[in-house]
Design a binder for this molecule. Structure first.
Ligand code: UDP
Ligand code: MG
Length: 315
């Protein structure tokens, strides 16, 4: 499915409603890459933007058709799908992903390349002085912790999209045909010699984050359930412990009722408490199983994951 490599470097950038950032991004990114002295291509995926992003991308393609390619989606499929579409088409030996909002300064790209040249097949950036809201930063600390406990992925900063991948890792990602997936973690699972470097992080240049609270929860659920079935196993263990505990409790209540206090009625509320607790556990479990069933469904259905309306590229 993927194209053979015939370039040293590909840059992959998902774009969703970034009209305010694109001009600055172009102005900063192209000079950095031109200065590298390697042949390169930049693939922008327009992820169904509702603003003028696609016009700006068209203009940029007209200005630099030698190094610019644009994938235009017909609708919004999300950041990771946008990156996947580009991965399926990249021609580079080294592939670098970058956000369009300039939170990852393009000036940091050479740092990643240096590590790649040193023989690593995957270089993850981690954000020094992260410039996100208190809530985002804290929440991602927690998720990092959960991920460390449930999967074997070791990463300082899973949320940083400034990363470099070798061709082999990208090919493995494309072949795996994973859905909805968390690319940095997936890449890590295929990498043989991963490394990390600290990169600067800036505030979003303009506009607001495209991630709502809801989509962040979705993304993180994907991250956990997409890489391990540990949650299911933990859940089963927990359910077993609950069963044992409540069984014992019922036993104690029965003994008390029969042998000691024939009129006891105050246990009713305890019983309610236990019941509600167990009910919520059961509901959570059903939801958890649903996550996996949902993923299975999506894979089994094997529907095309995105639709490209138009490709702007010079062959
Ligand atoms: N993005 C995308 N599709 C989406 C949401 C975001 O292609 O549905 C792109 C967006 O244009 C940016 C990158 O993904 O280049 C990161 O998005 P954002 O800055 O909103 O996320 P945050 O930095 O808040 O995690
Ligand atoms: Mg951002």
């Amino acid at each position: 499915m993927s194209t053979p490599a015939n370039l040293p470097l590909s840059i992959v950038i998902p774009v969703y409603n970034e009209e305010l950032n694109l001009p600055t991004l172009f102005a900063r990114l192209y000079p950095v890459l031109d200065a590298l002295g390697r042949r390169y291509e930049i693939i922008f995926t327009n992820d169904g933007s509702a603003d003028r992003s696609i016009e700006l991308l068209r203009a940029q393609y007209a200005a630099r058709p030698d190094v610019t390619r644009v994938i235009d989606f017909n609708a919004n499929y999300g950041q990771h799908m946008a990156i996947m579409a580009a991965f399926e088409r990249v021609r580079g030996d080294i592939i670098v992903t970058l956000d369009a909002d300039l939170q990852n300064p393009p000036e940091e790209i050479p740092k990643l390349l240096e590590k790649m040249d040193a023989g690593h097949d995957y270089v993850g950036g981690y954000r020094l002085n992260r410039q996100d809201s208190f809530f985002r930063t804290k929440a991602s600390k927690i998720i990092n912790f959960v991920r460390e406990k449930t999967t074997s992925i070791e990463m300082t900063d899973q949320g940083c999209m400034l990363r470099a991948y070798s061709r082999a890792v990208i090919d493995a990602i494309v072949r795996s045909g994973a859905i909805n997936t968390f690319i940095p973690a997936l890449a890590y699972s295929f990498a043989g010699n991963p490394a990390e470097v600290g990169v600067k992080h800036e505030e979003r240049h303009a506009g607001v984050s495209n991630y709502s609270f809801y989509s962040l929860i979705r993304l993180n659920f994907d991250l956990i359930t997409g890489f391990s079935i540990a949650p299911l196993q933990y859940f089963t263990m927990f359910a077993m412990a609950c069963c044992a505990g409540s069984g014992l409790f019922v036993f104690v209540l029965a003994i008390r009722r029969v042998f000691f206090d024939y009129t006891a009625a105050e246990g009713l509320f305890t019983l309610f408490g236990v019941l509600f607790f167990l009910m919520s556990v059961a509901l959570f479990g059903i939801g958890l199983i649903g996550e996996y069933v949902g993923r299975t469904y999506q894979v089994v259905r094997a529907r095309q994951r995105y639709h490209v309306k138009e490709m702007l590229e010079t062959k």
